[in-house]
Design a protein around this ligand. Structure first.
Ligand SMILES: *Cc1c(COP(=O)(O)O)cnc(C)c1O
Length: 351
């Protein structure tokens, strides 16, 4: 928040959904658990309550753990399935490959990520079979897990049928399924399905459910749908420095947003904001769209001079994600006013 150097008041950005603050429900929930003394490290009543809420939400006896961010969630979840000689199959643009500084390899002590392809950031199930059968000898890291990102790094979503095709390829090759759900809420909201339909029903073994892009301050959930896979996972979290001593403050935030489906309300808002932004940008003939908009981001190409003009006006956005171009992303509290301000500045820069 603040003045940009041309003196225009700018309190919102479109660089990423983690620019936004905490939603009021999560913030208020912190105060509600602040009184009194309770047991640390997750042995408090609110952590128990939120784990039960997740079991209701997914309608199964899942095991839930909280860590501080998505990188830790993904890396620890993957390492729980992988020996150092294993490999993880993911899309070439997956966050675990491009944006986690080698943490999945580090925490698994060497498991390798094998890159697959697919349109619009979605892993093609054919690639899974191709990678697994390409080499089956002892010199090649043995495939163990398929990782999919829902919603993807390109702001697209896997349909239930597409996930079932992934499941079929994974099971045929004895692979576990990991889902990076940094924006799972946006995918559920966009598809209008039950969370279970995109996870348990598609054979997902572990979901890393993001909180910070959905209105929390911190605290991603690692959800194992088969309790056997969760054995000793708590030790992994602790050893990695990911066990919060005052766990109640992570749990409370989730209680704040899971109640009355507030997490989905905000995800829907972010998605709708991106739709509005896309509609307005479509009126500018020079702008090209790089992939279908399905959740809360719009990927566009604009002339470099326009990027420069927008940066001079104080706008932040990323140009290194996916195919390049500019990624414009909306959040749980993006306002119409901010969208209008951005579009006005883009139009001015185009003129
Ligand atoms: C943001 C994000 C994450 C988590 O990133 P952290 O900064 O480690 O919390 C994971 N996967 C995807 C696809 C993301 O966009």
């Amino acid at each position: 928040m603040g003045m940009n150097h041309t003196g225009v008041f700018q309190d919102q950005q479109f660089a990423s959904d983690n620019y936004a603050g905490m939603c009021p429900e999560a913030l208020e929930a912190l105060a509600r658990v602040n009184d009194g003394h309770v047991q640390p490290y997750g042995d408090d009543p609110w952590t128990a309550e939120v784990c039960d809420l997740f079991r209701d939400l997914f309608n199964c006896h899942c095991q839930v753990f909280f860590v501080f961010n998505g990188t830790a969630a993904n890396s620890l979840a993957l390492s729980s399935f992988c020996q150092p000689y294993h490999s993880v199959i993911s899309h070439r643009m997956a966050h675990i490959e491009t944006d986690e500084c080698g943490a999945p390899e580090f925490f698994s002590h060497g498991a390798k990520i094998l890159l697959g392809e697919g349109e619009n950031g979605k892993l093609d199930p054919e690639c899974i079979h191709e990678i697994v059968t390409r080499r089956t000898d002892i010199h090649f890291p043995k495939p163990r897990v398929v990782s999919v990102t829902q919603a993807t790094e390109l702001g697209t979503v896997y349909t239930k049928a597409e996930l079932q095709a992934i499941q079929y390829a994974a099971r045929k090759n004895q692979l576990k399924i990991h889902m990076d759900g940094a924006r799972f809420a946006n995918a559920v909201a966009a598809l209008g399905v039950q969370p279970r339909e995109l996870t348990v029903d598609c054979g997902v073994d572990v979901l890393c459910l993001g909180g910070s892009k959905n209105g929390l301050a911190v605290g991603d959930a690692v959800i194992f749908f088969n309790p056997e896979h969760a054995q000793e996972f708590a030790y992994r979290c602790k050893q990695a420095g990911q066990l919060a001593s005052k766990m109640r403050f992570i749990a409370a935030q989730w209680l704040g947003i899971l109640k009355d489906d507030i997490w989905l309300k905000y995800a829907r808002h972010a998605n709708e904001s991106a739709r509005l932004l896309e509609d307005q940008l479509k009126q500018i003939p020079e702008i090209e769209f790089l992939c279908p908009r399905q959740v809360n981001s719009v990927f566009v190409t604009m002339p470099q001079a326009v990027h420069d003009a927008l940066h001079r006006k104080g706008w932040h956005f990323y140009t290194f994600i996916g195919h390049g171009g500019a990624r414009l992303m909306c959040s749980w509290n993006t306002t119409e006013q901010a969208i209008n301000a951005l579009v006005t500045d883009i139009k001015a820069a185009m003129a």
